[in-house]
Design a protein around this ligand. Sequence first.
Ligand code: 4UW
Length: 530
Amino acid sequence: MFTSPYGPVEIPTQSIFDYLFGDLTEAELDRTAVIDGASGAALSYRTLVDQITRVAGALAADGVGPGTVVGLLCPNTPEFTAIFHGILRAGATVTSINSLYTPDDIQRQLHDSGATWLVTVTPLLAGAKAAAHAAGISDENIVVIDGEPGHPSLADLLAVDAAAPALSIDPATHVAVLPYSSGTTAAPKGVMLSHRNLVANVQQARDLIGVIPDDKVLALLPFYHIYGMTVLLNLAFKQRASLVTMAKFDFVEFLRMIQDHRCSYVFIAPPIAVAVAKHPLVEEYDLSSVHTILSGAAPLDGALAAAVATRLDCRILQGYGMTEVSPVSHLIPIDAPHLSRASVGVTVPNMDCKLVSTETGEEIEIPEDGVSEPGELLVRGPNVMLGYLNNEKATRETIDADGFLHTGDIATVSALGEVTIVDRSKELIKYKGYQIAPAELEALLLTHPRIKDAAVIGAADADGQEIPKAFVVAVAESAVTAEEIMAYVTERVAPHKKVRAVEFIDAIPKSASGKILRKDLRAKEKAAAV
Ligand code: 4UW
């Protein structure tokens, strides 16, 4: 077993609202909490807390409270921050939904999570409404933040003068959020994260990430995903920093917002690092305000990290984790220049880890110097989820009897506790940090009349970034092209789930029990790349 090189931190027994906002000083209340990156409109901590409290009071007056699940489908905006914390402040649970989702995806999540309310915005309303109706949610329970006749708006909620309810929840067991994740098996599942999970992860990560009150933190990573939720929406607020929200990613806007708002701390996923390292436009903007970039959600190549640090003359750090871990379990801390940028750093405080052999299940020994053999990374700590919603089987398969969560990631660890992710044993594909379950794409491919069999794996594009690639067995003598197949998928899935490469083969490798042998396909892919 190995742990953090840092001593344990105290985890207060509080709701996430009390933890983040309960001890704001007068001076802190006047600081800027959120800036709308597009318009420049700013909200102070005082206004934010007032809005959170009003939203909580209004929702509670409408019967929203402990036991209610509210879907939240909204891009990154200042309003998101007030609504999100308002729902939690009312004691209800937020199931945060990917804004790229199709109506079918949205409906599945609303239905599975048992959501009875949905909060969204007019640009997403058509799809959201169809999905909500199909999930049995009526118009009066669909809040449209920016206003739509027949629906409550944020302004309506803020105008209700009802006190926020006095809550008596147990932070350790009360489910605060239900983001969806595939984990180590196929379909997306509701990840039950308690108030304590969320509080713990901010406490565990805050000193290592090192956001300070004077930081302007660019919030381009979506708040609906656990990375944006914990590191931006919670951690940046706890540090009394200012968030600059970006509703839709666009590289030129990204550069402009950093320059115009003098952003100092920027959280990214690896594809953005590629653009920062290579794009000629970078030279045309003043990015001198950036002191630190932190990348997470997918592997960051060491040479790429170095190129970014050199071009922007800033620090580059890396974080690793997963939705089920709230998410941060490993980080390169802000004050650790000696750690390799190809590693994901060290274990955060209050966590135990071990590596186990994927063949024997035996624990892998950690050498006294040098680096261990690779094995599956197992993690345990106060930030590990309560379990998957209504899915005890998947929970038991993921968290073992000793409380260790099996990440499905293959790692090595050095004698100094430096962890490097070297592979993934689970099926999950990450495209730009977004999750894709290959089984979903395989099921869709099999509905194509000219496809006999199919398997999807993660492959590398020219920049070394992961993309979903389909191996396809065509129906004999049918002349189906790769382009036709990609177009067929594109028409039916959210944009991040598109199949981006197709290879025709004679047969999909399968085990005797009929399971796709993904590792054979991955080996074939690797061999072809050499
Ligand atoms: N290197 C290699 C990485 C890395 C990685 C994630 O969608 P989820 O469930 O969750 C996330 C979490 C992102 C995140 C965690 C902690 C942190 O500090 C940070 O940056 C500040 C971001 O994406 O996907 C989880 C899966 O994504 C892969 C890995 O396979 C993991 O199980 N993954 N980060 N740095 N792979």
